[in-house]
Design a protein. Sequence first.
Length: 112
Amino acid sequence: MGTVVCGIGLFLPFAPQVAPAQDYLPNRPGTASGLTPGPAMSAGGPASPAFGARADSRGLHVTFSVVLAVFLVPVVAAVRLPDRTPPAAPRAQRERESPVGGEGGVSTKAPG
């Protein structure tokens, strides 16, 4: 049971990571899905022993400070990403572009 809980806990954050990646690569959702968790999993392999060696030589306080600094780099990069949500068109423009003459498919204009 502990293995199941650990597995769910490890892979639960991937959905919120993959969704924005697919927004940034809308024509390549498979590429976005593979690129997002791939480097994260790959970076953990060499980083874990490096942080362990740092903890053995300098102590936990220094190691956690380094981990925090490493964590802040992608946070700053993520905050600087541009918004990928297109702005909503004003209502008047939507009504002009609507082929039926308004919302709900009912024309409010008199026939003429």
